[in-house]
Design a protein around this ligand. Sequence first.
Ligand code: ZN
Ligand code: ZN
Length: 355
Amino acid sequence: MSHRADAVVAELQERKLDALLVGNLVNVRWLTGFTGSNAAAVVATDGRRFITDFRYLSQAADEVGDGWEHEIATAVLDRAAESLPEGIRLGFEDDHLTVKQHARLVELLGDRLELVAAGGLVEALRLSKEPDEIEKVRAAARLADEALTEVLAKGIVGRKEREVALDIEFAMRRRGASGPSFPPIVAAAEHGALPHAQPRDVAIGEGTLVVIDWGAVLDGYASDCTRTFATGELDPRDREVYDLVLHAQQAALAAVKPGPLGREVDAVARQIIDAAGHAEHFGHGLGHGVGLEVHEGPRLSKQGDTPLAAGQIVTVEPGVYVPGQVGVRIEDLVAITDDGNEVLSSLPKDLKVVS
Ligand code: ZN
Ligand code: ZN
């Protein structure tokens, strides 16, 4: 993965920095391949150091790629800070360091070198996925889809939301997932109107909508998908909301390609939902990036001010939430290609009746 450190070095030169101290474990993993729970890395224009503690001595030897000098220490950040040359400009991850860690860095380094906030530097590089990363997200999505298919085949009507959520999680783990990418959401009827509903100890009834939002982590990479199912004949009011969200989702999906800003794609779905009189019922962004983390950049929302680009993986997930009545969300996971996109989610979106 030394090409990733090379990309960091290019960014350092751009920002007139001499080195970057990386303490965020996801960024450390992306840079070095290390999957343990305690490490730091220093990428400098003239060298690369990887620091972990004694427990990970042999794991680091297996995982961390060539080109990294390995060090073992009890306090990894202290060790990372040591032996940095005087007078350099050192970038640090201001959106990850705790106040305490920052104070410690100032104490250790403050009068020797210049500390420069460089939050988001690695995250910006992580936006663009390499082919093997796309393959891993695709595999996680496939596993999650198979797990849900298995659970639905057993039926969900009469079962508690929480049981179905646990079942989904277990089915994913049994297929090899290291875990869910977030606790699965299973929310029936009016409970579906909460975008981040916690599954309840309430049985799923007949003739209503059920929102299921779930994802797996496989080989470090996350998936994320939502489908809304019917459990029998629906109130026309609910059917109308479903058709609206599906229409908005498909229109936004067609707009996902290199070029437009995140907020422009968000607006495609939002205009359709607004025009149907549900403006205040779509209170979250259209989507987000997915990779080593289930929520990462880029943002597809009113705040999305970077252009989409080939190699990014994003979700497209409009929703309509009518408090006390009904909620519908439909979410696909999408890889942006040179001339459009490829949908990584495989389950159909025509309203499916499950019993
Ligand atoms: Zn989701
Ligand atoms: Zn999502």
